[in-house]
Every structure is written in structure tokens, then in C-alpha cells.
Design a protein around this ligand. Structure first.
Ligand SMILES: Cc1ncc(COP(=O)(O)O)c(C=O)c1O
Length: 269
């Protein structure tokens, strides 16, 4: 079941006008969130943060704002059925609300980590990367290349070779006894999971180094991970970087961050 343009519908197919710019050009913005305990309002679902990012994206593109009095009850209903919700907005204000399951192997990825592949070209950078638009073609292509190379996720790099984000998440590094993230320069998506983690770490007096992730900086990380709202935090056990195959065995920095995802309600508003 899903909701589109004012109506509940059944099934897995959507009828769109052939001239719809969402279909023709990927002209949509969206957010994907995980609903904890079947509730949009659960503090860990971070719905107000997703809503705020969506509103900012719409304002940045000069698209109409949404009627939350209609959409929030829709999302609350979907949250009772699905742990992952996606709200997609079209340039004319039409909205599509869908739900899905968590990935079946999520616990394995969280515990054992994944292989990351460093993309070998800046052509995988998403356009308007600071917004969550429907144009994920470069990120999707990067993931196909990652899969071909035996990895599960790609690290996206800019023209200077600096690492920006992964194809679905924000990067985290561990070195010199500190957490590191790439500086937020408009070349990556400001993630809700990253924002929450940063606020939580700051509340405990733990500083996070934000610098451009040049190849020199990246070469000194002892451990790597990525975050997003659905998967939370996923460690990297193997990094494929050019000809190099690097192994990371110490996941303790990421295990420590799990306390945030496992429930620190007072920090999440
Ligand atoms: C390219 C990209 N970067 C970062 C993120 C992390 O965003 P969030 O934490 O809001 O899920 C996502 C989420 O899907 C993403 O697709």
C-alpha cells in the first residue's frame, strides 16, 4: 500500500503522466527515514529533522511547500506497517509516500562491516549534492561499479580526489584517537544520522574533526564507517582503493556510536 497525490493505492506500480518532470528528468526531492517502534513521532525516528531538510530542499529549488496536515497522518499510517518510509515530492507539489522493509542482512552489516570501493572518477558525484533530489544516477552507477568490484558500497570522490560521502551515506573516520568527518562543503548530503551523531558527541564533549578528506588524510585512518538514517552506522572491514586492499579490524569506535542509535532520547528532539 502507498499514497500518491491525495489517494491510497495498492500494489507496486505507479501511473505517472508521460510529461512529468519527475519521470523525465529525475526532478523530485525526497527523504527516507526509519520509523522506530512503528511511530513517526518516536524520538529516534527524527521526523522533524527529515521534514526540515525536505522543506529546505524545496525552498532551495523554489518549489511549493507541502501541506503537512495532510501528509503527516499519511506517514503515521504507513509507519504502522513499514519500518522504512520514503516521501518523494514532485515540482508541482504532488507527493508520493511509500514504505518498505529493512534490509534483511542489516544486522550482519552493522556487526561485521562491509567492503567499500573508492570510486575512481569524479563522474559519480551527484548533481546538487547538498539536496536529496531524485537524481541519484551517478550514485547508483557508483554502486553498480562497487558491486562489480566485489564491494557493497562506493565512496564518492570529487575532482581533487577528496572523499565526499558514500553512495547512500556519510563517511566517518577514526584516527589520532578522534572521530573525523569530511567538511561540509556543499558537495555531499547533510545527513540526519550524521547530524544526530554530531550533536550527541558534542553533548558529551567529544569533538569531531571536520577537514577535507584529501587522499593524505584518508590514508591515515585506522577505521572507517558510514552512516545513514536507515542503516545507522556501518563499519568498513575492507577498503578497495586503487590497487590497494586495506583491512580494518578494530570496530570499537563504531560500537561506541551504537549507544546513540540504541536510545538516547533526551538528546533527540
Ligand atoms: C548520498 C547520501 N549521503 C548521505 C546520506 C545520509 O543521509 P541520512 O542520514 O539523512 O539518511 C544519504 C542517505 O540516503 C545519501 O543517499
Amino acid at each position: 500500500m502507498y499514497w500518491f497525490n491525495g489517494q491510497w493505492r495498492e500494489g507496486q506500480t505507479l501511473a505517472l503522466d508521460l510529461q512529468d518532470p519527475g519521470f523525465l528528468y529525475g526532478a523530485t526531492v525526497f527523504t527516507t527515514l526509519r520509523c522506530y517502534e512503528q511511530s513517526l513521532d518516536h524520538p529516534r525516528s527524527h521526523w522533524p529533522w527529515h521534514r526540515r531538510r525536505l522543506e529546505r530542499n524545496l525552498a532551495a529549488l523554489d518549489w511549493p511547500s507541502l501541506n503537512w496536515n495532510t501528509l503527516e497522518p499519511v506517514l503515521k499510517t504507513l509507519a504502522r506497517h513499514y519500518p522504512v518510509l520514503r516521501l518523494t515530492v514532485f515540482p508541482d507539489g504532488k507527493a508520493l509516500a511509500t514504505g518498505r522493509a529493512l534490509p534483511p542482512d542489516l544486522a550482519r552489516r552493522q556487526r561485521k562491516g562491509v567492503t567499500l570501493w573508492v570510486a575512481d572518477s569524479p563522474r559519480f558525484v551527484r548533481p546538487l549534492a547538498e539536496q536529496k533530489t531524485g537524481n541519484y544516477l551517478p550514485a547508483w552507477l557508483a554502486r553498480q561499479r562497487a558491486l562489480k568490484n566485489g564491494a557493497e558500497e562506493a565512496i564518492i570522490v570529487n575532482a581533487q580526489g577528496a572523499w565526499l560521502e558514500t553512495n547512500t551515506g556519510n563517511l566517518w573516520g577514526w584516527a589520532e584517537n578522534q572521530y573525523w568527518i569530511p567538511s561540509l562543503t556543499g558537495e555531499s548530503l547533510p545527513g540526519v544520522a550524521q547530524e544526530g551523531l554530531l550533536a550527541w558527541l558534542a553533548s558529551q564533549g567529544i569533538a569531531v574533526r571536520q577537514v577535507p578528506w584529501t587522499p593524505e588524510v584518508c590514508a591515515h585512518f585506522q577505521s572507517l564507517a558510514y552512516s545513514n538514517s536507515v542503516l545507522e552506522i556501518i563499519p568498513c572491514h575492507t577498503l578497495l582503493w586503487g590497487d590497494r586492499r586495506l583491512s580494518f579490524g578494530d570496530f570499537s569506535p563504531w560500537t561506541a556510536l551504537r549507544a546513540y542509535f540504541d536510545g538516547q532520547p533526551r538528546l533527540l528532539q
